[in-house]
Design a protein around this ligand. Sequence first.
Ligand SMILES: *Cc1c(COP(=O)(O)O)cnc(C)c1O
Length: 396
Amino acid sequence: MHLSATVQKLAPSATIAAANKAKELKRQGVKVLEFTLGEPDFVTPKHICEAAKQAMDAGHTHYTAAGGMPELKQAIRDAYERDTGLSYEPTQVVVSNGAKHSIHNVLTAMCGPGDEVIIPAPYWVSYSALVELTGATPVIVDTTEESGFCLSAEQFEAAITDRTRLMMLNNPCNPTGAAYTIEGLEALARVAVNRSIPVLSDEIYDKLIYEGSEFKSFATFGDDVAALTIIVNGCSKAYAMTGWRIGWTLAPPDLSKAMEKLQSQETSNPCSVSQFAAIAALNESQDCVAEMLTHFAKRREYVLGRLAEIPNISLATPGGAFYAFFNVSSYFGKPLGSGKTVDNSSDFCTALLEDAHVALVTGDAFGAPGYVRLSFATDLDTLKAGFDGLQKFLNP
Ligand SMILES: *Cc1c(COP(=O)(O)O)cnc(C)c1O
């Protein structure tokens, strides 16, 4: 079959590829300690599943409005107002098949060949791929471990050209766990306003913030900032609902209308039953979110403790999300595990998987050579076994 130049150029999602490699080993009967996937290990809370069952029984199994049911748009606006104090109009909400789909909608509606999109690195695997799909050029700006992997206002400013259409911010960040300070966000917001650069603010991890860090939505820094901000969020991470595929944008009305039009041609509406589940997630008790956060916080403490015991590994302490992103480059060129040597993160991850059956994702996938990503969205026993394996691998 003839394949388009666009798909031929498209790289498969590296995190999914890493997970597949681990799955292959598992099929061979090997017990793999898995830290690759970016999704909560908890099952979706019961009351959310119940709402979906009731929706099915009540016959809500048909097409809905392309941009989402009015009741869900209302629930999203209420939740955002509860969390941030900001109110949005129904014309500013578009519900999609997941936050990833929302990002695709935004980029397709705003960007094309010749345009540039600023992406701070390390970045989530899909950002650059989705920008490239539109024909636009990702402009990658490297942040440093010393800065906590946060983009500075100066870096943002310096990356802007006449062709800049958008900056993509991810706070808290996948893969680094970076949680921006309020001052840091404010400084970025000022640059956005002064230079009239729209900002896509991916806030999918907004509920997963640990002690010592703070979260503030990018749109809350003033009306002038809100007018340039496209909030991306969804149910996947806060409510352990990755399989339900519900995400959304809060954006200016003209852009929202364009995205709704796009969606009406590409996918029609997000799954009707999932929309009912999302309404329950947003409208009912938020205790389940707090409970999952408590577990994530314990795991994070454990992970940071174990990493601190390993010499010559460095990281910026994650303030949010459920990832530890650490630098293993001091182990390159030295014998590891069964005596192999490696000279990059990808080979490091392959050797670690083969020798110790521990699966991490290479930092190369996130634009950060020398680093690896560990997801701590898994139970403490698995984490303990994983770190035992990693430690043994590093000190054969
Ligand atoms: C998981 C994730 C998303 C996407 O979530 P959906 O399941 O598509 O809603 C978006 N952005 C980042 C940074 C993520 O880690």
